[in-house]
Design a protein around this ligand. Structure first.
Ligand SMILES: *[C@@H]1O[C@H](CO)[C@@H](O)[C@H](O)[C@H]1NC(C)=O
Ligand SMILES: *[C@@H]1O[C@H](CO)[C@@H](O)[C@H](O)[C@H]1NC(C)=O
Ligand SMILES: *[C@@H]1O[C@H](CO)[C@@H](O)[C@H](O)[C@H]1NC(C)=O
Length: 240
């Protein structure tokens, strides 16, 4: 079954022409960031599902199109008794590679859908699962393309009831109100399960005010998805 799926993917690549995009990760933060990558359902993971990116370093990753998945940054990582863990964005794999595991919230997410054949790509920065690091997405090449960025330090304005603190007491990540309170009003579930019944809240507005281009809650307005056509490459910059 698995080999048939692989064969199908190879055939699709041969027929469509093996288009791919280069994602270049840049760490402008003062400290090391460990990016993680997660491919959406029913496709194999990228050539790297997690890697170390020292302050000032860059890392290029080839992403075959079509593809959909997400990227994020992990901070404050260390290895203890052979197990790799991170203060924020940890994927729980115990290793630098995430191997199909996603980020444990709170974590800033970069979500991507790359089209086949240099069609229209869609991408966004999401704070729906909370925030840990500032990040931007910069298309290179392509046509009609939008840069999107969440450059603000949301941790610095995070209310205590949403804050995750590090060992030194500083705020290292900011939870979504949904995660913190598990309340349908913040999670847009139950009676609040549609855009018209789940308006922004005082908590989602904290995120939106800091990063107007990013998704601040599940039914954020339609200003948070960006597009690019023509087979662009992308820069993913931490601390832009
Ligand atoms: C995206 O970029 C295009 C082309 O530069 C521009 O016309 C459009 O207004 C931008 N859209 C947003 C939402 O920024
Ligand atoms: C948000 O509103 C709730 C009541 O709906 C209140 O309890 C809470 O203190 C408010 N939080 C902030 C940060 O404004
Ligand atoms: C936002 O998108 C939803 C569907 O995703 C659509 O129903 C709604 O009309 C859009 N709102 C605006 C203001 O474009």
């Amino acid at each position: 079954m698995e080999s048939r799926r692989l064969l199908t993917q190879i055939l699709v690549l041969l027929i469509s022409g093996a288009h791919s995009a280069t994602f270049t990760f840049i760490n402008n933060c003062p400290d090391t960031v460990w990016p993680g990558t997660l491919t959406g359902v029913s496709r194999s993971q990228l050539s790297s599902s997690g890697f170390e990116l020292a302050a000032g370093a860059t890392y290029a990753l080839n992403v075959p199109a079509p593809w959909s998945g997400r990227f994020w940054g992990r901070s404050l990582c260390s290895t203890s008794a052979g197990k790799f863990t991170c203060g924020t964005g940890d994927c729980g794999s115990g290793q630098i590679t995430c191997n199909g595991a996603g980020a444990i919230p709170p974590c800033t997410l970069v979500e991507f859908t790359l089209a086949a054949n240099a069609g229209q790509d869609f991408y966004d920065i999401s704070l729906v699962d909370g925030y840990n690091l500032p990040v931007s997405v910069t298309p290179q090449g392509g046509s009609g393309c939008n840069l999107t960025s969440c450059p603000a330090n949301v941790n610095s304005v995070c209310p205590p009831e949403l804050s995750v603190t590090g060992s030194d007491g500083s705020v290292i990540a900011c939870k979504s109100a949904c995660e913190a309170f598990k309340n349908p009003k913040y999670c847009c579930t139950g009676d609040f399960g549609s855009p018209s019944t789940c308006p922004p809240t005082n908590y989602s507005m904290i995120f939106k005010n800091q990063c107007p281009q990013a998704y601040s809650y599940a039914y954020d307005d339609n200003t948070s998805t960006f597009t690019c056509s023509g087979g662009a490459n992308y820069l993913i910059t931490f601390c832009p």
